[in-house]
Design a protein around this ligand. Structure first.
Ligand code: CP
Length: 311
């Protein structure tokens, strides 16, 4: 069998992204489809998670699969010195697909090269989070009616934020204009700005975050400053509250503008924003279920037609 792993979002063409969004739409219409009755999905989380793990597990359950896995590597034999390679080879004996989050960049790629079953990257260090990107794209598509020609503001931790890195790459097909809003310490890394230039993606960088800066946004993508990525906690303390979005900052924004956040939030979105019709982050997390149902099916070789024919 061809290894159909999802490791990095660049592996998806424009056609593939649109195809996956169609599949997610099918699952939103009817999430309970017992397509994977005889399958086992393993969820290996070497780093903490709420949404990604639970939505993948809900996706598997709604598809009729069984779920095995761990949420804390301390309870596994990795504490006895078992290598990632051996863990992956062992779990491949038990499961048909492995969903893995790991703190090391490149861990998912490595796993996909050795595993006989598909690997789904559920986040590898500060590198990529492709399933988050698919739910982000689905959320943007649902709320804007298109992915084309949008003004997307990415705000906060653009240095370590794997969700913004993956989203930036996926949007290359859709002629976006990005606005990178970050303090110097957390600026979008040069490699991603180079990627933008090579792919003809417009971007503007900002240090200020106020109602005039965001007035033209179609999407404001807020991010958390990730304490766990800092080696020097004094540096984290300096930037942790750098940008906070308040409801009063939204008055000049477009009616159709939506605020996304991969979550968890700490304090970068004030609670007064939650009741705004422009707040979309909780629905965004719900969309993760449908996007991840589509991903699990796709890596197991199940087509959109097969999904449509199974209600
Ligand atoms: N967005 C996201 O990855 O959330 P979790 O860390 O809770 O999975």
């Amino acid at each position: 069998m061809t290894n159909r792993s999802l490791v990095a979002i660049e592996e998806y063409s424009k056609e593939k992204i649109l195809y996956m969004l169609e599949m997610a739409k099918e699952f939103e219409k009817c999430p309970n489809r017992k397509i994977l009755d005889s399958k086992i999905v393993a969820t290996l989380f070497f780093e903490p998670s709420t949404r990604t793990r639970l939505s993948f597990e809900t996706a598997a359950n709604r598809l009729g699969a069984k779920v095995i896995g761990f949420t804390d590597p301390k309870v596994t034999s990795s504490t006895k010195g078992e290598t990632l390679k051996d863990t992956i080879m062992m779990v491949s004996n038990y499961a048909d697909v492995i969903v893995m989050r790991h703190y090391l960049e490149g861990a998912a790629r490595y796993a996909s090269e050795i595993a006989p079953v598909p690997i789904v990257n559920a986040g590898d260090g500060a590198n990529q989070h492709p399933s988050q990107t698919m739910l982000d794209l689905y959320s943007i598509y649902k709320t804007q009616g298109t992915l084309e020609n949008l003004n997307i503001y990415m705000v906060g931790d653009l240095k370590y934020g794997r969700t913004v890195h993956s989203l930036l790459m996926a949007m290359r097909h859709f002629n976006p204009t990005f606005h990178f809003v970050a303090p110097d310490e957390l600026k979008m890394p040069d490699e991603y700005k180079l990627y933008c230039r090579k792919n003809g993606i417009r971007y503007v960088e900002h240090r200020d975050f106020n109602e005039d800066v965001i007035a033209d946004a179609d999407i404001i993508y807020m991010t958390r400053v990730q304490r766990e990525r800092f080696t020097d906690l004094m540096e984290y303390e300096k930037v942790k509250n750098v940008y906070i979005l308040h409801e009063q900052m939204l008055h000049k924004t477009k009616e159709t503008m939506k605020i996304l956040h991969p979550l968890p939030r700490v304090n970068e979105i004030a609670y007064d924003v939650d009741s705004s019709p422009k707040a979309y982050y909780f629905q965004q997390a719900k969309n993760g279920l449908y996007a991840r149902q589509a991903i699990i099916c796709d890596v197991l070789g199940i087509t959109l037609d097969e999904v449509r024919n199974n209600k």
